[in-house]
Design a protein around this ligand. Structure first.
Ligand code: MN
Ligand code: MN
Length: 460
């Protein structure tokens, strides 16, 4: 294996760095599944895709070259470039997830303690809690009001905005805290975000909780919602600020939510850059992967199944049997990140089967834990077809496992699509500091992943 940086010409380098600019902008602005969905819709429309519901109303039949997209509850997105062959001959599907680890505000979040106002949080996904304190954090939220309207809130991203955050104990008084394991050093209920410290002006001397009231007044004045509206709101507390070039040579990207928005972006763009296909090409962006792909917007939902029924119906070929053929004939890449080899932590890796930064797209035949448990173990016949395409197109790729045997493990959405009897294999980008507030990827790997996904959609 050799780093892909060595093989790039000056022209290639320009493409790699230019592509990373679009990606950095994407992850700098889109830090929730809703924001990613909105971005995908906007991008799809710009590329000539139309809302499937609108298409359905037109009464037309789906034909080769048609471009349609669907969203589900503002948190899922799917887009399809209809192929020349009937859907029952299978589709080419790229899937990625657009939820990322973070801190969610609870439903009764705001409280006051010793003349300071705070927000209670409940963390989402697997995090090392100690990584999320003493950082500038932003609030990205949506408040759903009883009248059916929605208020969007983003605070902390504009350089002129204030930020919020979680304080940590000073080292001087941390003797007991430092003696604990890092798992116990901070408790979930200590992840309270600081919201303010100025009391509301009041003429009533007996009135209490004035700092809390002042924070609530801020939300009321600026966004028009009340304390009780937090009940039907989703606020995500995420690292504030844009993604940055990482390393003096600018070869890497440091940014929030790269698991798995690095694959979401590259998957989306690879479909957008496709104009014609024999078999229908598709991209699917899902929510809730970090908490087990559950709920109506997670991969285990019947949402995707429903869209395929709709597409087949609009094609004029729907039957239960044709659906089963579609699934059995389909090929999918489950595009998710893998653990990059970190020379600071070699003990958790096995060198011959690790993903290295700068060595191209990473393919994981299986992930899982405790003897491949919970993984999709891809078929070698399928992997051979993918190797053939990647090598034909000169795309840099590597194969890896998620760390040493029994060092831990993880899962992706791969097994869920495989349950439909599709061919599925995990393909993605190696990440350092995965699930931390600021994850690191290689620009070379991002570009090779984009090229790999595009080659898959054209050729598999
Ligand atoms: Mn992931
Ligand atoms: Mn993850």
């Amino acid at each position: 294996m050799e780093t892909v940086w060595k093989k790039y010409s000056d022209k290639d380098l320009k493409k790699v760095f230019d592509f990373a600019e679009g990606y950095k902008e994407f992850i700098s602005v889109n830090k929730t599944e809703r924001e990613c969905t909105e971005y995908a819709v906007k991008t799809a429309k710009e590329h000539g895709y139309v809302d499937l519901n609108e298409f359905e109303k037109s009464g037309k039949k789906l034909k080769a070259g048609d471009k349609v997209y669907v969203t589900n509850r503002g948190k899922n997105f799917a887009a399809f470039l209809i192929g020349e062959k009937p859907l029952s001959e299978g589709i080419r599907l790229l899937g990625a997830h657009i939820d990322s680890p973070r801190l969610d505000l609870k439903q009764h979040p705001v409280y006051e303690d010793t003349d300071m106002a705070f927000g209670k949080t409940h963390y989402y996904g697997g995090i090392k809690k100690y990584q999320w304190v003493t950082l500038p954090m932003a609030l990205h939220g949506v408040v759903c009001l009883k009248d059916g309207s929605k208020v969007k809130v983003v605070i902390g991203e504009d350089p002129s905005d204030p930020v919020v955050g979680i304080t940590d104990l000073l080292i001087h008084l941390a003797k007991d805290q430092l003696a604990k394991t890092s798992r116990e050093a901070l408790e979930g209920e200590q992840l309270n975000i600081t919201l303010g410290s100025i009391p509301l002006t009041s003429n009533d001397e007996k009135e209490t909780e004035l700092v809390k009231k002042n924070v609530l007044k801020f939300f009321k004045d600026k966004y028009g919602f009340e304390e009780e509206d937090f009940m039907s709101a989703e606020f995500e507390v995420v690292p504030a600020g844009p993604a940055r070039d990482y390393g003096l040579d600018r070869s890497m990207v440091m940014g929030y939510g790269q698991d798995d928005r690095v694959c979401a972006y590259t998957s989306l763009m690879s479909l957008m850059d496709l104009e014609k296909t024999d078999r229908t090409a598709a991209v699917l962006l899902v929510d809730k992967e970090e908490v087990g792909s559950i709920g109506a917007t997670g991969m285990q939902s019947r949402f995707f199944d429903g869209i395929l029924v709709e597409l087949m119906t609009l094609e004029g070929n729907y039957s239960e049997f044709a659906m089963r053929k579609l699934y059995g004939n389909s090929d999918m890449l489950s595009n998710d990140v893998s653990a990059g080899y970190d020379p600071n932590f070699p003990q958790v890796m096995e060198k011959n089967n690790s993903a290295y930064l700068g060595m191209g797209m990473t393919m994981n035949k299986y992930v899982g834990s405790g003897g491949k448990g919970g993984s999709n173990d891809a078929n070698p016949e399928y992997i051979a077809r993918i190797r053939h395409i990647l090598e034909d197109e000169g795309i840099a790729y590597q194969t890896a496992e998620l760390g040493r045997v029994d060092a831990g493990g993880g899962g992706t959405i791969a097994y869920i699509l495989a349950n439909y009897n599709m061919n599925v294999v995990d393909c993605g980008v190696a990440v350092l500091s995965m699930h931390s507030p600021w994850e690191v990827t290689s620009k070379a790997d991002i570009y090779e992943a984009y090229k790999a996904y595009h080659a898959f959609l054209k050729n598999i």
